[in-house]
Design a protein around this ligand. Structure first.
Ligand code: GUN
Length: 291
Protein backbone atom coordinates (compact mmCIF):
# COMPACT_ATOMS: atom_id res chain seq x y z
CA UNK A 1 0.00 0.00 0.00
CA UNK A 2 1.26 3.46 -0.84
CA UNK A 3 0.50 6.49 1.34
CA UNK A 4 -2.00 9.16 0.39
CA UNK A 5 0.14 12.20 -0.41
CA UNK A 6 -0.90 15.43 1.30
CA UNK A 7 -0.81 18.07 -1.44
CA UNK A 8 0.53 21.29 0.09
CA UNK A 9 0.54 23.05 -3.25
CA UNK A 10 -3.23 22.58 -3.68
CA UNK A 11 -4.10 23.47 -0.07
CA UNK A 12 -1.70 26.44 -0.09
CA UNK A 13 -3.37 27.68 -3.26
CA UNK A 14 -6.81 27.33 -1.68
CA UNK A 15 -5.67 29.31 1.38
CA UNK A 16 -4.13 32.02 -0.83
CA UNK A 17 -7.36 32.26 -2.84
CA UNK A 18 -9.34 32.71 0.36
CA UNK A 19 -7.10 35.68 1.24
CA UNK A 20 -7.85 37.57 -1.97
CA UNK A 21 -11.30 38.52 -0.65
CA UNK A 22 -9.92 39.64 2.74
CA UNK A 23 -7.30 41.75 0.95
CA UNK A 24 -10.06 43.38 -1.13
CA UNK A 25 -12.09 44.10 2.04
CA UNK A 26 -9.03 45.72 3.64
CA UNK A 27 -8.40 47.85 0.56
CA UNK A 28 -12.01 49.04 0.58
CA UNK A 29 -11.35 50.30 4.13
CA UNK A 30 -8.22 52.15 3.04
CA UNK A 31 -5.72 49.53 4.26
CA UNK A 32 -3.31 48.25 1.60
CA UNK A 33 -1.68 45.10 3.10
CA UNK A 34 2.06 45.47 2.77
CA UNK A 35 4.89 43.03 3.60
CA UNK A 36 8.52 44.12 3.92
CA UNK A 37 11.09 41.39 3.31
CA UNK A 38 14.65 42.04 4.41
CA UNK A 39 17.34 39.93 2.75
CA UNK A 40 20.92 40.38 3.90
CA UNK A 41 23.69 38.59 2.04
CA UNK A 42 23.86 36.31 -0.98
CA UNK A 43 22.71 32.91 0.28
CA UNK A 44 21.31 31.28 -2.88
CA UNK A 45 18.50 29.38 -1.16
CA UNK A 46 17.37 32.51 0.73
CA UNK A 47 17.14 34.40 -2.57
CA UNK A 48 14.88 31.67 -3.98
CA UNK A 49 12.68 31.66 -0.84
CA UNK A 50 12.34 35.45 -0.86
CA UNK A 51 11.46 35.51 -4.56
CA UNK A 52 8.77 32.86 -3.90
CA UNK A 53 7.36 34.93 -1.01
CA UNK A 54 7.16 38.02 -3.22
CA UNK A 55 5.42 36.06 -5.97
CA UNK A 56 2.86 34.84 -3.44
CA UNK A 57 2.24 38.46 -2.39
CA UNK A 58 1.46 39.28 -6.03
CA UNK A 59 -0.99 36.35 -6.26
CA UNK A 60 -2.84 37.56 -3.13
CA UNK A 61 -2.83 41.28 -3.99
CA UNK A 62 -0.46 42.06 -1.11
CA UNK A 63 2.07 44.81 -1.70
CA UNK A 64 5.66 43.72 -1.04
CA UNK A 65 8.82 45.72 -0.55
CA UNK A 66 12.19 44.07 -0.56
CA UNK A 67 15.16 45.51 1.30
CA UNK A 68 18.43 44.04 0.04
CA UNK A 69 21.49 44.44 2.23
CA UNK A 70 25.10 43.33 1.67
CA UNK A 71 26.49 40.32 3.52
CA UNK A 72 28.86 42.68 5.39
CA UNK A 73 25.90 44.61 6.87
CA UNK A 74 26.53 45.58 10.50
CA UNK A 75 24.22 44.77 13.39
CA UNK A 76 23.51 48.51 13.81
CA UNK A 77 22.55 48.95 10.16
CA UNK A 78 20.22 45.96 10.22
CA UNK A 79 18.64 47.12 13.50
CA UNK A 80 18.10 50.56 11.94
CA UNK A 81 16.31 49.01 8.95
CA UNK A 82 13.99 47.11 11.32
CA UNK A 83 13.40 50.23 13.41
CA UNK A 84 12.47 52.24 10.30
CA UNK A 85 10.06 49.52 9.15
CA UNK A 86 8.51 49.38 12.65
CA UNK A 87 7.87 53.12 12.47
CA UNK A 88 6.42 53.02 8.93
CA UNK A 89 2.61 52.85 9.25
CA UNK A 90 2.22 51.68 5.64
CA UNK A 91 4.06 48.40 6.51
CA UNK A 92 1.99 45.66 8.19
CA UNK A 93 4.44 42.76 8.16
CA UNK A 94 8.22 42.54 8.54
CA UNK A 95 10.21 39.43 7.69
CA UNK A 96 13.98 39.27 8.05
CA UNK A 97 15.07 36.22 6.08
CA UNK A 98 17.03 33.70 8.15
CA UNK A 99 19.95 33.04 8.32
CA UNK A 100 21.25 36.60 8.71
CA UNK A 101 24.98 37.19 8.06
CA UNK A 102 27.53 36.09 10.69
CA UNK A 103 28.26 39.75 11.52
CA UNK A 104 24.72 40.05 12.96
CA UNK A 105 22.85 38.65 15.96
CA UNK A 106 19.68 37.09 14.63
CA UNK A 107 17.96 36.73 18.00
CA UNK A 108 18.21 40.41 18.87
CA UNK A 109 16.93 41.31 15.39
CA UNK A 110 13.95 39.00 15.92
CA UNK A 111 13.25 40.74 19.23
CA UNK A 112 13.50 44.18 17.59
CA UNK A 113 10.61 43.52 15.18
CA UNK A 114 7.36 44.96 16.53
CA UNK A 115 5.27 41.96 17.70
CA UNK A 116 2.22 43.23 15.77
CA UNK A 117 4.29 43.18 12.54
CA UNK A 118 6.04 39.87 13.30
CA UNK A 119 4.53 37.82 10.47
CA UNK A 120 7.16 35.09 11.05
CA UNK A 121 5.73 34.60 14.55
CA UNK A 122 9.25 34.33 16.02
CA UNK A 123 9.10 37.28 18.46
CA UNK A 124 9.24 36.15 22.13
CA UNK A 125 5.83 37.77 22.72
CA UNK A 126 4.18 35.75 19.94
CA UNK A 127 5.96 32.53 20.90
CA UNK A 128 5.12 33.26 24.55
CA UNK A 129 1.43 33.62 23.71
CA UNK A 130 1.61 30.18 22.12
CA UNK A 131 3.22 28.76 25.27
CA UNK A 132 0.30 30.26 27.24
CA UNK A 133 -2.18 28.39 25.07
CA UNK A 134 -3.28 31.36 22.98
CA UNK A 135 -3.20 30.18 19.39
CA UNK A 136 -5.10 33.03 17.71
CA UNK A 137 -2.06 35.31 17.28
CA UNK A 138 0.70 35.45 14.67
CA UNK A 139 1.98 31.87 14.61
CA UNK A 140 5.21 30.61 13.02
CA UNK A 141 4.42 29.84 9.38
CA UNK A 142 5.87 26.38 8.85
CA UNK A 143 4.34 24.89 12.03
CA UNK A 144 1.00 26.57 11.26
CA UNK A 145 1.16 25.16 7.72
CA UNK A 146 1.82 21.65 9.03
CA UNK A 147 -1.15 21.92 11.42
CA UNK A 148 -3.39 23.13 8.57
CA UNK A 149 -2.38 20.15 6.41
CA UNK A 150 -3.12 17.67 9.20
CA UNK A 151 -6.48 19.28 9.91
CA UNK A 152 -7.40 19.46 6.24
CA UNK A 153 -6.71 15.72 5.85
CA UNK A 154 -9.13 15.05 8.73
CA UNK A 155 -6.45 13.38 10.86
CA UNK A 156 -7.49 13.30 14.53
CA UNK A 157 -4.53 13.73 16.89
CA UNK A 158 -6.39 13.42 20.19
CA UNK A 159 -4.28 11.09 22.35
CA UNK A 160 -2.00 10.30 19.40
CA UNK A 161 1.74 9.79 19.89
CA UNK A 162 3.53 12.50 17.92
CA UNK A 163 7.28 12.70 17.45
CA UNK A 164 8.84 15.95 16.26
CA UNK A 165 12.43 15.45 15.14
CA UNK A 166 14.24 18.78 15.47
CA UNK A 167 14.04 21.47 18.15
CA UNK A 168 14.57 24.70 16.20
CA UNK A 169 12.75 27.86 17.26
CA UNK A 170 11.49 28.19 13.65
CA UNK A 171 9.91 24.74 13.32
CA UNK A 172 10.42 22.00 15.92
CA UNK A 173 9.74 23.82 19.20
CA UNK A 174 6.64 25.79 18.13
CA UNK A 175 5.25 22.75 16.33
CA UNK A 176 5.60 20.64 19.48
CA UNK A 177 3.62 23.30 21.37
CA UNK A 178 0.88 23.40 18.75
CA UNK A 179 0.52 19.61 18.75
CA UNK A 180 0.23 19.51 22.55
CA UNK A 181 -2.22 22.42 22.85
CA UNK A 182 -5.73 21.87 24.18
CA UNK A 183 -8.09 20.87 21.37
CA UNK A 184 -5.31 19.12 19.39
CA UNK A 185 -4.26 16.96 22.35
CA UNK A 186 -1.39 14.92 20.95
CA UNK A 187 1.22 13.42 23.29
CA UNK A 188 4.44 14.94 22.02
CA UNK A 189 8.04 13.75 22.05
CA UNK A 190 10.78 16.08 20.79
CA UNK A 191 13.69 14.11 19.36
CA UNK A 192 16.99 15.76 18.38
CA UNK A 193 20.62 15.09 17.55
CA UNK A 194 21.36 13.72 21.05
CA UNK A 195 18.30 11.47 21.23
CA UNK A 196 19.07 7.81 21.89
CA UNK A 197 17.49 5.55 19.28
CA UNK A 198 15.24 7.99 17.44
CA UNK A 199 14.25 5.15 15.10
CA UNK A 200 12.70 3.15 17.94
CA UNK A 201 10.88 6.22 19.31
CA UNK A 202 9.46 6.96 15.85
CA UNK A 203 8.25 3.36 15.48
CA UNK A 204 5.84 4.03 18.40
CA UNK A 205 4.47 7.19 16.77
CA UNK A 206 1.16 7.81 15.04
CA UNK A 207 2.64 11.04 13.65
CA UNK A 208 6.28 11.65 12.71
CA UNK A 209 7.37 15.15 11.77
CA UNK A 210 10.89 15.44 10.38
CA UNK A 211 12.48 18.88 10.69
CA UNK A 212 16.12 17.86 10.77
CA UNK A 213 17.71 19.47 7.72
CA UNK A 214 19.55 16.31 6.59
CA UNK A 215 18.38 14.45 3.48
CA UNK A 216 16.59 11.09 3.76
CA UNK A 217 17.43 10.64 7.46
CA UNK A 218 14.12 9.04 8.43
CA UNK A 219 13.92 5.56 6.89
CA UNK A 220 10.90 3.42 6.02
CA UNK A 221 11.64 1.06 8.93
CA UNK A 222 11.29 3.98 11.41
CA UNK A 223 7.61 4.27 10.52
CA UNK A 224 4.71 2.40 12.08
CA UNK A 225 2.31 1.04 9.43
CA UNK A 226 -0.59 3.48 9.08
CA UNK A 227 1.26 6.47 10.59
CA UNK A 228 1.26 10.02 9.22
CA UNK A 229 4.62 11.37 8.09
CA UNK A 230 5.23 15.08 7.61
CA UNK A 231 8.51 16.00 5.92
CA UNK A 232 9.64 19.56 6.59
CA UNK A 233 13.07 19.08 4.99
CA UNK A 234 14.09 20.92 1.84
CA UNK A 235 17.61 19.74 1.00
CA UNK A 236 19.42 20.21 -2.29
CA UNK A 237 21.22 16.98 -3.26
CA UNK A 238 23.36 16.02 -6.25
CA UNK A 239 21.53 14.21 -9.07
CA UNK A 240 23.51 13.54 -12.24
CA UNK A 241 20.37 12.46 -14.12
CA UNK A 242 19.03 16.04 -13.93
CA UNK A 243 20.12 18.78 -16.31
CA UNK A 244 20.72 21.04 -13.30
CA UNK A 245 22.84 18.33 -11.63
CA UNK A 246 20.74 18.51 -8.46
CA UNK A 247 17.25 18.05 -7.03
CA UNK A 248 15.35 18.67 -3.81
CA UNK A 249 15.13 15.91 -1.20
CA UNK A 250 13.24 15.83 2.07
CA UNK A 251 14.41 14.60 5.46
CA UNK A 252 12.41 11.40 4.93
CA UNK A 253 13.31 8.55 2.60
CA UNK A 254 10.51 8.40 -0.04
CA UNK A 255 10.32 4.63 0.63
CA UNK A 256 8.50 5.54 3.88
CA UNK A 257 5.43 6.15 1.69
CA UNK A 258 5.14 2.36 1.37
CA UNK A 259 4.48 2.12 5.12
CA UNK A 260 2.73 5.39 6.07
CA UNK A 261 -0.96 6.08 5.54
CA UNK A 262 -0.42 9.79 4.88
CA UNK A 263 2.79 11.48 3.80
CA UNK A 264 3.85 14.88 2.47
CA UNK A 265 5.86 15.03 -0.77
CA UNK A 266 9.03 17.12 -1.25
CA UNK A 267 8.69 19.40 -3.12
CA UNK A 268 4.99 20.31 -3.06
CA UNK A 269 4.26 19.45 0.57
CA UNK A 270 5.10 21.69 3.51
CA UNK A 271 7.02 24.30 1.44
CA UNK A 272 4.01 25.93 -0.27
CA UNK A 273 2.09 25.83 3.03
CA UNK A 274 4.77 27.93 4.75
CA UNK A 275 4.32 30.63 2.13
CA UNK A 276 0.51 30.48 2.30
CA UNK A 277 0.66 30.93 6.09
CA UNK A 278 3.00 33.90 5.69
CA UNK A 279 0.41 35.49 3.42
CA UNK A 280 -2.28 34.69 5.97
CA UNK A 281 -0.24 36.27 8.80
CA UNK A 282 0.34 39.39 6.70
CA UNK A 283 -3.40 39.78 6.06
CA UNK A 284 -4.08 39.15 9.77
CA UNK A 285 -1.48 41.78 10.77
CA UNK A 286 -3.14 44.29 8.41
CA UNK A 287 -6.60 43.43 9.82
CA UNK A 288 -5.28 43.93 13.36
CA UNK A 289 -4.59 47.60 12.55
CA UNK A 290 -8.39 48.09 12.23
CA UNK A 291 -9.16 46.63 15.67
N1 GUN B 1 14.49 30.85 6.60
C1 GUN B 1 14.00 29.60 6.45
N2 GUN B 1 12.70 29.56 6.82
C2 GUN B 1 12.37 30.82 7.23
C3 GUN B 1 11.19 31.42 7.71
O1 GUN B 1 10.13 30.79 7.88
N3 GUN B 1 11.26 32.75 8.00
C4 GUN B 1 12.40 33.46 7.85
N4 GUN B 1 12.39 34.76 8.18
N5 GUN B 1 13.51 32.94 7.40
C5 GUN B 1 13.51 31.63 7.08
Amino acid sequence: MSATLLDGKALGSKIENSLVERVAALKSKGVDPHLAVVLAGDDAASHVYVRNKQRACERCGIKSTRVDLPSEVSQEELMQVVSDLNADNSIHGILVQSPTPPSTDELSITEAIHPAKDVDGFHPMNLGRLVMGQSDGLLPCTPAGVMAMIENAGINLQGANAVVIGRSRIVGMPLALMLAQKGVDATVTIAHSRTKDAAEICRQADLVIAAIGKPTTVKADWIKPGATVIDVGINRVADESRESGSRLAGDVDPEAAEVAEYMTPVPGGVGPMTIAMLMSNTVQAAEMTLE
